[in-house]
Design a protein around this ligand. Sequence first.
Ligand SMILES: Cc1ncc(COP(=O)(O)O)c(C=O)c1O
Length: 355
Amino acid sequence: MYKKLFIPGPTEVREDVLEKLATPQIGHRSKEFQELFAAIIPKLQKVLYTKNRIFLGTNSGTGFMEAAVRNFSKKRILSTICGAFSDRWSKIAEANGKEVDKIEVEWGKHIPTEEIDKALSTGKYDCLLYTHNETSTGVMNPIDEVAEIMKKYPDVVWCVDAVSSMGGYLFKVDELGVDFILASAQKCWALPSGLAVAVISDKAIERAKEVPNRGYYFDMLTFLKYYEKNQTPTTPAIPHLFALNYQLDKIIDEGMENRYNRHIKMAEYVREWAKKYFALFPEEGYESVTLTTVENTRGISVADLNKALGERGKMLSNGYGSKLKEKTFRIAHMGDITLDEIKELLSDIEDILGL
Ligand SMILES: Cc1ncc(COP(=O)(O)O)c(C=O)c1O
């Protein structure tokens, strides 16, 4: 049975977007492809408020997380950990043989900017890994604060995981001054999984030129070479690119600010609901606008709840990983989901649990 997805990825994809995936194929070295690529990039630049180059990868977000550690550090990486995905980035860096130091906080808490500042002021690091929206805990880290301190560190390449916030949160990439910000298609972009987007600064490109052993599939200089020709280094997920091009028109029609405001409204509504019947898991003031992690204060069976919701054609997410699986559950309000759909979900939950 079809289930509407209220999980933090993959998210619901509209019928009209799905139809674009069935567009007849074109060769990836053809003029038509170059036109498609050349149509997509300025639209992405518009909604992300950037003039920087944007690379499109046929991979999930994790691929570009690996690209970051592989391309932008020749010295030592500072990683910041506040949950499962930020922890993964640190492990990816280690798995690539990089020198990594960590700032780690308890799950549910945000990354304190002053600790980043203190660590960077030692001069030991040339790359910072920062997770904007930690999908496991529902914490949204204060990226504006980090943008301020990063002005003091021109030699540090600042990499941001925006996997579960880009396309929903209003990123003014150039104002923030982020060097590499990446996301997957299957979250706030509301596209099927299999495609990733990364905005890359000139500084990050210059750094890659100094770093040996960047690997092959994720060598950012190869991406650059093909980008200049409106192409990708290898055969991309062409169906996704047709869908992305179409979806960007829809996002521009909605307006990126309106899209962000819709996310805020949904988040506020879910938070109020969660506080009434349960509690919020993230530290106050750092709750995500794209998903809400609810603390399971009533000790309900999340699996049973999801089973009952499934019979009504809906699905939410249990907590992430063994640490949070039954202790929390997650409601995603990202992508093209509307406030009315959220209200319907919450009223179904109330009905099922007899709240
Ligand atoms: C914050 C965050 N980072 C990274 C990832 C990994 O993304 P992907 O599964 O697209 O590789 C996820 C996936 O949920 C995520 O939420």
